[in-house]
Write a protein that binds this ligand. Structure first.
Ligand SMILES: [Zn+2]
Ligand SMILES: [Zn+2]
Length: 744
């Protein structure tokens, strides 16, 4: 940590330095500074996108309470005329969900009602926990309103806005019932987490109207002593672990800066340093879930880091351990996200989650790395595309100009980004999180091999598949935690892995990859699970080569089991042959409905037609295949579900996937012991064991040859020494190697 502009130092400023910085920072500085405001006023005064955003629309702030499409100016005008009534203590927003997984419709006036209705299925609910949830939303809305008023005042200098912002602060000081004493007791919101999220915009508001005539000295004393101090002192005792701790420390830090309390700021700085050192993974990811719990603490940190930065303390370049800090938290997700900027919804959290461009505005501001310019320009394009065509209703509210873009963004980002090279995307192993990506220019898979972490799911060895611009086989994350259907998302069957005897996996403690190759022609990973089903060993290998990918599973046990290979896919399935109808018992999968169950011997072939991208699929071996439907991101939308059961002491599944664009032909066949995928001008041959005769000979467990326009262009093997094609050696090693490839 360092004073701004004085070079990088890893030391926290001394108590005396913190006291000086906190006492002398020139207001406003907590959210935005005077020079930045001057630029903003100029931008808003002239026709252009900033003026449009100010007057007409800003995207929703999911955690902050601003509705979609409502501009700061419109919000300020509306609230300036509103009567401010502070509600009683609020409850928990996750209680405000229908059994089907959809959030209930909020009353437009945000006041408790006799009943609340589900907009998806029409079911209605009533009672105190729902009223309390509405009050929680209302508190967040009032805090967001105060900030909109304060920003509008800072831009327009209209005293009506400052008066109303000051009124909200004064009324909260009168109504505040007393601090939290633990994370669910005390405060004005049930969870100390919500209390932290609510107090931050109020502290930013206070800083913005502090020097206005709307606040008297007596007001300031009352607001500091009856609202900010007790709230921050309460949050401070509620713990510093996990993402709650991130919000707790940030709220204490932001309040400390806003009321110039050096003790609070020092506490927050030390807690921030400890979280970066001890909680952030060495791989740069927050080890809970990335789409939700990585950016959730990052959002909190930025509130604190921004306020500290303007005061003269640089948290952006603090690295308590080499490579660990805010820079890593911005950088690592770029290799984790799908090419569409959607984030794989592994573990708990909303399915529809995108790289949050709002936060990347701050990355561009605080780091000179052009990669963040590219992220913003390309991200806008991708999100506009998805907003126009996406199947998911909740996306549109997140697309559009964001608050940080409005405050600090550059409207000419697209032309600025011309000539900026995109980052080099490559297969990446996030070793702490226990997930690797496998990708080439058409395909990206995630492979979740790691142990069970906070907010984890029993999804060991599960994969997701993205190809040709479409997320074909996702993990759907979770709906709201209050949903009755939550247990489905937290079950093994809701994931693309192998379930044993229909049971959920135990929580794994293993976090190892057997092999990983980020190659020029082949992308490969292999992992083994021995602790998720007692007495069962499961090894899964995934290979991406050219336009095909292969998933090979081996399961062994001393006793007999039902082994269920599970997969779901967007789009409509089409079966390619007649198989024999038969029966299997799937009572264990409560939310799965099978339309057909068929025995096959040799090859089971399906193609999913998903609009932008089709997926040819073949499962080689024998077993009973069940094709039907299961819930997608909630119980109102269902997707195609495929399971394949083998029964015995062991099982082997060999699956081949080939994405095709509409109109492209793909043939998937087995000739002798070789699987052949032919698409366009490319053919891939895969061998899943030793071959001593035929075109492809090898001693490896897994081997593949890529042929382009009739010429061998690549070869790969796993756990072997030799691979030859028509007698010509392609790979020839002196000793057995985990992975090897050749490019021709
Ligand atoms: Zn419903
Ligand atoms: Zn999951």
């Amino acid at each position: 940590m360092t004073a701004v502009g004085s070079g990088v130092s890893a030391a926290i400023p001394s108590h005396a330095q913190i006291e000086r910085v906190v006492a002398t920072a020139k207001r406003p500085f907590v959210l935005i500074g005077e020079r930045e405001l001057e630029a903003l006023r100029r931008a808003v005064a002239t026709p252009g996108p900033k003026r449009d955003a100010y007057l007409k629309a800003l995207s929703a702030d999911r955690d902050g309470g601003r509705a979609a499409g409502v501009s700061i100016k419109a919000s300020a005008e509306r609230w300036a005329a509103a009567e401010i009534v502070i509600p009683q203590r609020g409850g928990h927003v996750h209680d405000f969900f229908c059994d089907c997984g959809t959030q209930l419709a909020l009353p437009p006036d945000m006041q408790p009602k006799p009943a609340y209705t589900c907009p998806a299925c029409g079911k209605s609910y009533s009672g105190e926990i729902f009223d309390a949830a509405v009050r929680c939303f209302r508190h967040h809305q009032l805090a967001a309103a105060a900030l909109d008023l304060a920003l509008a005042y800072a831009i327009d200098r209209d005293s009506r806005y400052a008066d109303k912002a000051a009124e909200i602060l004064r009324k909260y000081a009168e109504a505040y019932p007393g601090p939290h004493s633990d994370h669910l007791t005390g405060g004005i919101l049930k969870q100390s987490l919500n209390e932290a999220m609510w107090i931050i915009p109020l502290a930013q508001t206070y800083d913005l109207v502090y020097d206005s005539p709307s606040l008297s000295d007596a007001d300031k004393r009352a607001i500091e002593h009856k609202l900010f101090r007790p709230a921050a002192e309460g949050i401070r005792v509620c713990g510093l672990g996990g993402n709650w701790g991130s919000w707790h420390l940030s709220a204490v830090g932001v309040v400390g800066l806003a009321i110039r309390d050096a003790g609070m700021v020092e506490f927050a700085l030390r807690a921030f340093e400890a979280q970066m050192r001890d909680e952030l993974g060495d791989d740069g990811l927050w080890p809970e879930s990335v789409h939700c719990y990585h950016f959730f603490p990052l959002q909190a940190f930025i509130y604190f880091a921004e306020a500290a930065y303007r005061a003269g303390i640089d948290l952006y370049n603090l690295q308590p351990k080499p490579g660990k800090g805010l820079r890593a938290m911005f950088g690592a997700p770029l290799q984790y996200m799908y090419p569409s900027f959607q984030l794989p919804a592994i573990n708990d959290g909303w399915y529809v989650a995108w790289l949050p461009l709002n936060l990347y505005e701050i990355a561009r501001l605080r780091y000179s790395d052009p990669v963040f310019t590219w992220v913003l320009a390309e991200g806008c394009k991708q999100q506009a595309r998805a907003g126009a065509s996406g199947p998911t209703r909740s996306l549109s509210r997140l697309v559009g100009p964001s608050l940080y873009w409005f405050l600090f963004g550059d409207p000419t980002i697209r032309s600025l980004s011309k000539g900026v090279k995109p980052p080099r995307f490559s297969s990446t192993n996030f070793a702490n999180f226990g997930l690797c990506t496998l990708r080439n220019d058409r395909i990206m898979l995630t492979f979740h091999y790691g142990g069970f972490l906070g907010h984890g799911h029993p999804d060991k060895l599960s994969f997701t598949l993205f190809a040709d611009g479409a997320l074909l086989a996702p993990d759907y994350g979770t709906p709201g935690y209050g949903s009755k259907i939550l247990h489905w998302y937290q079950s093994t069957a809701a994931h693309n892995t192998v379930a044993v005897d229909g049971a959920d996996q135990a929580r794994s403690r293993e976090n190892n990859l057997d092999a990983f190759l980020s190659g020029k022609v082949a992308q490969y990973a292999q992992a083994t699970a021995t602790d998720v089903y007692p007495g069962v060993k499961h090894t899964r290998a995934i290979l991406v080569i050219g336009g095909a990918c292969f998933v090979v599973d081996d399961l062994t046990s001393d006793t007999v089991h039902d082994y269920d290979w599970l997969f779901r896919c967007e789009g409509a399935p089409r079966l390619f042959a007649d198989y024999t109808d038969t029966q299997i018992d799937t009572a264990c999968y409560s939310h799965v409905k099978l339309d057909s169950t068929q025995a096959f011997d040799g090859f089971y072939r399906v193609t999913w037609r998903a609009g932008r991208c089709n997926l040819a699929f073949g499962l080689f071996g024998s077993g009973i295949a069940g094709l039907g439907k299961c819930p997608a991101e909630d119980d109102m939308r269902h997707v195609s579900f495929l399971m394949c059961r083998q029964h015995g002491t062991s099982a082997r599944f060999v699956a081949a996937f080939a994405p095709t664009r509409p109109g492209e032909q793909c043939s998937l066949t087995k000739t002798g012991a070789l699987i052949r995928v032919e698409s366009g001008n490319e053919t891939i041959y895969l061998s899943t064991g030793t071959q001593s005769t035929g075109s492809l000979t090898t001693d490896a467990d897994l081997a593949a040859v890529r042929i382009t326009n009739g010429r061998v262009t690549g070869a790969f093997l796993a756990n072997g020494k030799r691979l030859a094609w028509k007698g010509k050696p392609l790979i020839d090693k002196a000793s057995t190697t985990a992975t090897a490839e050749s490019v021709f």
